[in-house]
Ligand binder design. Structure first.
Ligand code: HEM
Length: 403
């Protein structure tokens, strides 16, 4: 009777799956009065909603609005934000959103990503050369974190020796106060301190090509204006954050799940080339840390008999979709080779993850190289930490001992 779900409630974020189970079963379209927002928790509903691409659902208030944004209720549709200064492009609908996304997308095409395999394998092995002789280290931050952040440095034109700094900055930014959430984009100056100088350098024609920055510098807004350094850097934040924060938690948590099931670990280790790409999908389903993404409605939409009005919001609980028993039998069991026909962990539709090919490649290589080189490992579960934030629930730190 007293069930209450609120993504900003620290008690919820201490164990979100327990709440998601109740939501899926009893309240698939759950109204959060304080935020004038509906939480969708079933896989099939989220699948259906995110494929709607006709302007009904927009991210004009951001895909991760803070509590302060959601506390203000809208009387009707929320227009796109003003063009100047240009906020993060995901807050616009097509065509501006699509144009800027395209400018940042060049390095993420499947063929470009496939060409990164050798570099990623080298980075993974360089880390293992340093870490394995030490015997104890942090699997999330020191192995997978540094590799993923190094790839981000390559993509955004920063020297690789800043990878540790980039990782620490992004992790600190994601540790939102559970009570309030984060402000995306401009509110994260530490990120822009890294990115603005890259844009300025490229504007001056200095240094190597940085396709994302270079494309953004060539872009013109609908009123003909070019982007300032600050505006261009803001458009790079998705790659900077998305590329750094998710993959490490999935690699480390996924390896931990395998290590606590020796039969599964043995089965996967037997033939890594064949098994890891299969196990990777279960790792993504089971370990992906993002909990929800928001949209604001511009047109009415009815789901399970409830009509959501223009100006109201939905949050898609993709972490709940990943554990929906209607889509995945025994969803709370980690089963390395379970059939996964559909997956919402990368989102769907207009905002589908730009980095999905890269994420899959990085996870495959980091898990493969680990299993090839580390015959035995033990996670110190008591010291692992999964700090709650309003939109993430992932293992930031997994201390490991290698045999
Ligand atoms: C397994 C790891 C990853 C997962 C599970 C993941 C998940 C997601 C999801 C669910 C979204 C959609 C958000 C929404 O619908 O509002 C998204 C968007 C995005 N992701 Fe990822 N991501 C991962 C890795 C990456 C990587 C490696 C990069 C880049 C290097 C990246 C860059 C982005 C960007 C730029 C967006 C914004 C797309 C847009 O709004 O146009 N992600 N990601």
């Amino acid at each position: 009777m007293s069930f209450r779900y609120d993504p900003f409630d620290p008690a919820v974020m201490a164990d979100p799956p327990a709440y998601y189970r109740v939501l899926r079963e009893q309240y698939p379209v759950y109204y959060l009065e304080q935020w004038d927002t509906y939480a969708l928790s079933r896989f099939a509903d989220i699948w259906k909603v995110l494929e709607v691409n006709d302007g009904t659902f927009v991210a004009s208030e951001g895909t991760l609005p803070s509590a302060a944004v959601l506390a203000a209720h809208n009387d009707g549709p929320v227009p796109d934000p003003p063009l100047h200064p240009l906020p993060f492009h995901a807050n616009f609908d097509a065509p501006l959103y699509d144009e800027v996304r395209r400018a940042t997308a060049t390095p993420f095409r499947p063929r470009k990503i496939a060409a990164l395999a050798t570099r990623i394998r080298e980075l993974a092995n360089e880390r293992l050369d340093v870490l394995l002789p030490r015997g104890h280290f942090d699997l999330t931050a020191e192995y997978a974190g540094i590799v993923a952040a190094s790839v981000v440095c390559d993509l955004v034109g920063l020297p690789t020796d800043l990878a540790g700094d980039v990782l620490a900055t992004v992790n600190a930014g994601s540790l939102a106060e559970p009570g309030s959430g984060v402000e995306v984009a401009d509110a994260r100056p530490g990120y822009l301190d890294h990115l603005i100088p890259v844009v300025a350098r490229r504007r001056a024609g200095e240094g190597d090509e940085v396709p994302i920055a270079d494309n953004l510098l060539g872009y013109r807004l609908p009123d003909g204006a070019a982007l300032t350094d600050h505006e261009a850097a803001v458009q790079m934040l998705g790659v900077f954050i998305g590329g750094t924060e998710t993959v490490p938690k999935i690699v480390a948590h996924g390896l931990w799940e395998l290590s606590s099931r020796p039969d599964q670990l043995a089965a996967v280790t037997e033939d890594v080339a064949a098994t890891v790409p299969i196990a990777r999908e279960e790792m993504i389903r089971y370990c992906a840390p993002a909990q929800w993404f928001a949209r604001t409605l511009r047109r009415p939409f009815t789901l399970h008999g409830i009509t959501i009005r223009p100006g109201q919001r939905i949050i898609s609980l993709i972490a709940s979709a990943n554990r929906d028993e209607r889509e995945y039998p025994a969803p709370d069991d980690f089963v390395w080779n379970r059939p996964i026909e559909r997956l919402l962990a990368f989102g769907r539709g207009q905002h589908f993850c730009l980095g999905s090919h890269l994420a899959r490649l990085e996870i495959t290589i980091m898990v493969t190289e680990w299993l090839r080189r580390v015959p035995e490992f033990h996670v110190d579960a008591a010291r692992a930490s999964r700090p709650p934030s309003s939109f993430q629930w992932g293992w930031n730190s997994i201390p490991v001992e290698v045999g």
